[in-house]
Design a protein around this ligand. Structure first.
Ligand SMILES: Cc1ncc(COP(=O)(O)O)c(C=O)c1O
Length: 484
């Protein structure tokens, strides 16, 4: 057995190096002489000493243990794990972008400011909003920034004291109610009807003078388009509330419709999903927040503005909710999203959404005879199935997900949205081929047959991974994060 994945300190042997420094071409100085208060360490830092080849093998072995979109199909519902074209990476690595610092004078940052300004302009078109800030670092932070804008708006109108409630459908992503609570609002859950969309009667009953706003994603997390969205917008606006759009599901509607056209006042977008920049593993992300013109004064500062001489930063917005992230947000993610939008063009973005929707419906139709399908209408970019039929035979959705690992797939999202029992949430994305969709469908069908014939094969899965089932609760409650 090789030791490639052993910890670097374990394979360290004195005298081995994986690098060599260039010949020094500046005079030597003594730190002690130069800085009177400097405290020098008495012995060398205990860093691992390894050869370049060992280092390569170590990291290659670790990366081979990882699963990413470049290893295989990754139908993780609600996460839009689509392929990130490599040209995005090339552009993000341009030295002109990697060697700048946000504290340089704006005169020396004109290229970066222009890119961010133009990205904002593009996102205005895609979202139907009038102004965008790229600052938030992820979807959840974009949500929070949007809610702080709702708060600042009601405060300006002097009715924040009464407007305490944010309405959130029961199918919402968990970050929605969490962001509302962190922003200081009370959350009111609105039930879904049997079509999987917001129950309008319940919405009408819940709204009132105390409504600050409604948070919604459309298509919703079941992959279903809220067809009553215009009526919902009227209901919310009718009582003086604002409509917040969770743009994480924009992959279904790019170039086809916009949250602006649906009546939303504020959106956040997940650049690290819809616009193909890497997603997963905890970031980095980018969750720009966009607003209709009347809310522009509340956006985070500084704003990037075009002047006669180029691009400038302007912090002179007294109603702004302030800065929400250091500097300008995650600039590298913005560069990737900009490259994606410019290489796709308007028609390409629309085609991407159309293909994402087609793929989801194709896969759903192939799987419907074998798994319960709670919602029969056309799906958008993702769909949900239920493992209820399999549960009656003693096999749970988690078992099906684990068995899929044996086929070399990442498992779909499971047990979310919470309103679907034994839920499997599948998002194939537009970047997969028909062959891949068919192979995945074949695997899912085979698993459904195994549940009937050899259920222990499924409940004992995975069989071919380097680790089997982990105790997830203990891992979360008592994580071992230190090497002893
Ligand atoms: C519908 C929805 N809303 C919000 C979020 C939160 O985005 P982020 O993970 O970037 O914070 C997600 C993330 O997947 C999502 O699917």
């Amino acid at each position: 057995m090789n030791n490639y994945t052993d910890i670097l300190f374990e394979i360290s042997r004195s005298g081995r190096t994986a690098y060599s420094l260039p010949k020094r071409d500046v005079p030597t100085i003594s730190l002690e002489e130069k800085f009177s208060k400097v405290h020098l360490r008495e012995e060398a830092a205990k860093l691992p000493e390894i050869s370049e080849l060992q280092l390569m093998r170590h990291y290659t072995a670790l990366s081979n243990k990882n699963f990413g979109i470049e290893n295989g199909f990754y139908p993780l519902g609600s996460c839009t794990m689509k392929y990130n074209p490599k040209i995005n990476e090339d552009v993000a690595r341009y030295r002109g972008f990697t060697n700048i610092h946000p504290l340089q004078t704006t005169r020396t940052l004109q290229g970066a400011l222009r890119l961010m300004y133009e990205l904002q302009e593009d996102l205005k078109v895609v979202s139907g909003m009038d102004a965008i800030s790229l600052q938030p670092a992820a979807g959840a932070q974009g949500e929070w920034a949007g809610l702080m804008i709702i708060k600042a708006y009601h405060e300006k109108n002097e009715d924040l004291k009464t407007r305490r409630k944010i309405l959130v459908p029961d199918s919402a992503h968990g970050t929605n109610p969490a962001s509302a609570v962190i922003a200081g609002f009370d959350v009111v859950e609105i039930p879904s009807n049997e079509d999987g969309t917001v129950d309008l009667a319940a919405l009408k009953q819940a709204v009132g003078e105390d409504t600050a706003g409604l948070m919604l994603t459309n298509p919703n997390t079941l992959g279903i388009f809220e067809k009553d969205i215009l009526e919902m917008a009227d209901i919310i606006h009718g009582v003086g509330g604002l409509l917040y759009y969770d743009g994480a599901n924009l992959n279904a509607i790019m170039g086809i419709t916009t949250p602006g056209a649906m009546g939303f006042d504020i959106v956040h977008l997940n650049l690290h999903k819809s616009f193909s920049t890497p997603h997963g593993g905890g970031g980095p992300g980018s969750g720009p927040v966009g607003v209709k013109a009347y809310l522009e004064p509340y956006l985070p500062i500084p704003r990037i503005e075009k002047t006669g001489n180029g691009f400038e930063l302007n912090s002179n917005y007294p109603l702004s909710i302030g800065r929400v992230k250091g500097y300008f947000g995650n600039f590298g993610v913005n560069v990737r999203a900009y490259t994606y939008i410019r290489t796709m063009g308007a028609r390409g973005l629309r085609k991407a959404s159309e293909s994402a929707v087609l793929h989801a419906n194709y896969l759903r139709k192939r799987l419907e005879p074998y798994y319960d399908s709670p919602y029969k209408q056309v799906s958008k970019h993702e769909f949900v199935l239920s493992g209820n039929r399999q549960k009656k035979l003693g096999v749970r959705t988690v078992d099906i997900a684990k068995r899929l690992l044996d086929f070399g797939y990442y498992a779909p999202t499971i047990y979310f949205p919470l309103i679907v029992e034994e839920c499997l949430m599948i998002e194939p994305t537009e970047t997969e081929s028909k062959e891949t969709l068919d192979e995945f469908a074949d695997a899912m069908i085979q698993i459904a047959k195994e549940v009937e014939d050899t259920p222990e094969l499924v409940t004992g899965a995975p069989h071919h991974t380097s680790v089997k089932r982990l105790d997830e609760v203990t891992a979360a409650r008592k994580p071992i994060v230190r090497f002893e």
